[in-house]
Write a protein that binds this ligand. Structure first.
Ligand code: FAD
Length: 403
């Protein structure tokens, strides 16, 4: 038997983008369904979960969902730098707890959450515009009719692909990590490890979660490198490379694997009755492949814009465009600048990485944070590109300053 439902807004994908869209849309009073294919929200973790305290506060994420980070250590084959701070500016999220909190916030304001629903088809009207989705649920075929649909399916972009609007991402990051207990770790300090032995295109990391738990991982840029991140992760742990040695005995608790788009903001994100958010929209900072705060922030914008459009009974691409305008104004030029730095970093040899760390050593804490967060404010960057006392740093900022 086929189950059939009618909603104002159907959000496909219960990650941070989907839950955040469902939250603002349901809060504005429209009828919202959030559909997730797994058995529960965040059943599988596909992310390292690093984000920024500023964003955590903006979103109201509870304090018990993260471990705060004060210090940032970088290691290259023959160099090391630690940028220290007296206050915590970054955080490693308890991903499951945070994503479930986001979904629960949506549920509390009235969104209906459906799990074990694998959406694999779109329903179109005579103009070829999307008017619903269908898939399989615990009881067989299931159909959702909707005025607007949100593609929040992440890297897979299931809805946009089924509509024929996008094809598979060709440039992306692949990452593998263990969540593990270790003997020794400073819970205030994260580690980024660069150089050929860690990964030929990307970086490796140690992110502490508190209670002697860490996430140790390897990210690899595709198609730049053909190496398998899982294999490389096992090798660097076995060789006890760099700061991994200091961790002592490593006892894995859980394995995580994921893919993240790295093509800049190449996709159009509104169509008639359809919005793309989060990874399906490619909203990630390419420098450190960071997308959670954008997924939440612009998910919330998408939910508001979609509900306004539904209430005004006009849901074509023009009515939904304020969403695209909002996120492009907020991050487009920053992401382009971050892409330029990434292009420089992806080609560095071990010797050049050693030198790059000397440049990073010259950055003040705030400059480093702006840099790694891709928060390249125009006046700030122009000032630094002209006035920074160190030539090498001036050259680095020249690279990112906007024309
Ligand atoms: C290895 C790795 C490390 C990362 N580390 C960080 C980090 O430290 N900090 C950071 O900010 N970002 C990080 N990211 C990026 C970050 O995880 C993403 O940007 C973010 O998860 C995007 O959220 P989303 O909601 O768009 O997609 P997702 O989190 O991928 O959620 C998509 C959801 O849709 C569901 N879904 C998919 N297909 C269907 C379907 N057909 N039917 C129903 N449901 C479906 C999925 O099960 C999933 O729950 C990392 C990514 C990777 C791969």
């Amino acid at each position: 038997m086929t189950e059939e439902y009618n909603y104002d807004l159907v959000v496909v994908g219960g990650g941070p983008a989907g839950s955040s869209t469902a939250f603002t849309a349901a809060k504005s009073g429209i009828k919202v369904a959030l559909l997730e294919k797994e058995n529960s929200i965040a059943e599988t973790v596909r992310t390292s979960g690093v984000t920024w305290i500023e964003s955590i506060k903006e979103f109201g994420i509870p304090d018990n969902c993260y471990n705060p980070i004060k210090n940032f250590s970088f290691v290259s084959p023959n160099n090391e730098v630690t940028i220290s701070n007296s206050i915590a500016t970054a955080a490693v999220l308890d991903v499951r707890k945070t994503y479930r909190w986001l979904a629960h916030e949506a549920e509390k304001v009235g969104a209906d959450i459906f799990v074990k629903i694998n959406i694999n088809e779109v329903i179109k009207n005579e103009n070829n515009d999307i008017i619903g989705v269908s898939g399989t649920g615990p009881n067989g075929k299931i159909i959702f009719h909707s005025k607007v649909i949100i593609d929040a399916t992440g890297f897979a972009s299931v809805i946009s692909k089924a509509m024929g609007f996008v094809t598979q991402w060709e440039r992306f990051g692949a990452g593998a990590e263990y969540e593990a207990t270790v003997e020794n770790i400073d819970p205030d300090t994260w580690w980024l490890m660069v150089g050929q032995e860690y990964t030929p295109a990307g970086y490796a990391w140690i992110f502490p979660l508190g209670n002697n738990i860490v996430r140790i991982g390897v990210g690899v840029g595709k198609p730049e490198s053909s190496i398998d991140p899982t294999q490389r992760l096992k090798e660097i742990i076995e060789k006890q490379l760099g700061p991994i040695k200091k961790l002592g005995k490593i006892t894995p608790i859980e394995f995580h694997y994921g893919l993240i788009p790295n093509e800049g903001l190449s996709r159009k994100t509104v169509y008639n009755n359809l919005i793309l958010v989060g990874d399906s929209a490619g909203q990630a900072n390419p420098l450190v492949l960071e997308g959670i705060r954008y997924a939440i922030k612009f998910g919330r914008v998408a939910g508001k814009v979609a509900s306004d459009a539904i209430k005004n009974k006009k849901t074509d691409k023009d009515a939904l465009y304020p969403y695209e305008e909002n996120w492009r104004n907020a991050i487009e030029s920053k992401i382009k600048s971050a892409g330029k730095v990434q292009d420089r970093w992806i080609g560095l040899s071990d010797k050049e990485w050693d030198k790059e760390l000397d440049i990073i050593k010259e950055l003040k804490t705030e400059e480093f944070l702006d840099f790694i967060k891709a928060d390249f404010g125009l006046s700030n960057m122009l000032k630094l590109a002209v006035n920074h006392p160190k030539l090498a740093v001036r050259q680095l900022f020249n690279l990112v300053k906007r024309k």
